[in-house]
Design a protein around this ligand. Structure first.
Ligand code: DAH
Length: 337
C-alpha cells in the first residue's frame, strides 16, 4: 500500500503539461471517481489498524500534492494563453504581393499628362446619357445610322449608354464660357460583337478647344505634339479627310508605324501608318446648340480610343486581353508605383 503511494507521488511529480485538456485528464486519473488516489481512499479500510494513522496522513498529503500540482499547471496554462503564441517569429516573412495598374489606366494617365502640359484640364460626364447630349446637340440627323439599335444600348426612348465621350463636349460647352480647353476620358458602350478588334465597352478620350481664332493648324500642331510625346520624337502624323456630324471639316489621323519605321509591316498592313483618332473643327451648329456664339468663336475637337493607343504602344494584338484581367497579362505593364 505504501508502495502505491510512492508510485503515485512520482507520477504527480513527473507530470507536466500546459495543455488544459491534458491537465484535466490527469486530474480525473488521480482524483476522479475512478482515479488512483480516490481508489486508495476506498482501500483505506483494508489497511492494518497499526498502519492506519501513518497511511491516512500520507494519503492526505498525496491528495494535497496532486491538487496543488493541478492548480499550478492550470493557472500556468491559463496565464500562458495570451502570451504563448503559435507564431514562429523566426520564419521568413511572406512578401506582400502588390497589384499593378491596368495598362488602360496607365495610358489614360499618360494622355492626361501630355495634354495638361499644353493647358488642357480634365472634365467628366455621365455614362448613362440622354439623346440630346449623345446625338442631337452633336448634329446627328434624326435618321443617322449611329442612332440605330445596332450601335447603341438604349435604356429607353430618351436614354442610352453613351456611345462616345463627345457627349461631354456638349456638357462642357453648355456650362462654361470660352476659352475652353478640356479633355474628357471615360468609358463608352456600343452594341458590337466582341472580337480581337472591337468590344461592347471601351475607353475614349475626347478633346475640345474653343476660343477666338482657333484654326485647323492649331489642331494639327496639338496632335503632332501628342503623337511625338506618346510614340516618340520621330513619329510623324498624317491627316485624311473624313466625316463626323459634329465637325466640319473632319479628319482621321494616322501615326507613322514605329514597329517598321513606316517601311510597312503586318501591324500597319504595309501602309506605314496606323489610325489613332478622329478630329475636326467643331461644326457651327454644335456651337450654337450649346449656346456658344459661332460668329465669335471657333474650336477643334478630337476623340481617340484608349485601347487602340495602348495596343499600338505595347504591341497588343487582341483587345479582349484588356478586359480579361489575367494578372499575367496585367503585371507586364506597370513598373511599380
Ligand atoms: N466621337 C467619335 C467616335 O466615337 C470620335 C471623334 C471624332 C471625336 C471626331 C471628335 C471628333 O471630337 O472631332 O468615333
Amino acid at each position: 500500500m505504501f508502495d502505491k503511494i510512492s508510485t503515485i507521488k512520482e507520477q504527480i511529480v513527473d507530470f507536466n503539461s500546459s495543455d488544459s485538456n491534458e491537465i484535466e485528464k490527469f486530474r480525473i486519473s488521480m482524483l476522479g471517481k475512478k482515479g488512483s488516489i480516490t481508489d486508495l481512499f476506498t482501500q483505506f479500510r483494508n489497511v492494518p489498524a497499526e498502519d492506519k494513522k501513518e497511511f491516512g496522513k500520507q494519503l492526505n498529503l498525496l491528495k494535497k500534492l496532486a491538487s496543488s500540482k493541478i492548480e499550478e499547471l492550470k493557472s500556468n496554462s491559463g496565464s500562458n494563453k495570451s502570451t504563448q503564441s503559435t507564431i514562429d517569429f523566426s520564419m521568413t516573412a511572406q512578401p506582400t504581393v502588390l497589384g499593378s495598374r491596368h495598362p488602360i489606366s496607365i495610358v489614360k494617365e499618360q494622355i492626361i499628362e501630355i495634354f495638361s502640359q499644353i493647358g488642357f484640364t480634365v472634365s467628366e460626364g455621365p455614362e448613362i446619357e440622354d439623346d440630346w447630349h449623345n446625338f442631337t446637340a452633336l448634329n446627328f440627323p434624326e435618321e443617322h445610322p449611329a442612332r440605330d439599335m445596332q450601335d447603341t444600348f438604349f435604356i429607353n426612348k430618351e436614354m442610352a449608354l453613351r456611345t462616345h465621350t463627345s457627349s461631354v463636349q456638349v456638357r462642357v460647352m453648355e456650362n462654361e464660357e470660352p476659352p475652353i480647353r478640356t479633355i474628357s476620358p471615360g468609358r463608352v458602350y456600343r452594341n458590337e460583337a466582341i472580337s480581337a478588334r472591337a468590344h461592347c465597352i471601351f475607353h475614349q478620350v475626347e478633346g475640345l478647344y474653343i476660343d477666338e481664332n482657333v484654326s485647323f493648324s492649331d489642331l494639327k500642331q496639338a496632335l503632332l505634339y501628342f503623337a511625338k510625346e506618346m510614340f516618340g520624337e520621330k513619329t510623324k502624323i498624317r491627316l485624311r479627310p473624313s466625316y463626323f456630324p459634329f465637325t466640319e471639316p473632319s479628319a482621321e489621323v494616322d501615326v507613322s508605324c514605329n514597329i517598321c519605321n513606316s517601311k510597312g509591316c503586318n501591324v500597319c498592313k504595309y501602309t506605314g501608318y496606323l489610325e489613332i483618332l478622329g478630329c475636326g473643327m467643331v461644326d457651327p451648329n454644335v456651337l450654337e446648340n450649346c449656346g456658344i456664339d459661332s460668329e465669335k468663336y471657333t474650336g477643334y475637337a478630337f476623340g481617340m480610343g484608349i485601347e487602340r493607343i495602348a495596343m499600338l504602344k505595347y504591341g497588343v494584338k487582341d483587345l479582349r486581353l484588356f478586359f480579361e484581367n489575367d494578372v499575367r497579362f496585367l503585371k507586364q505593364f506597370d513598373k511599380g508605383i
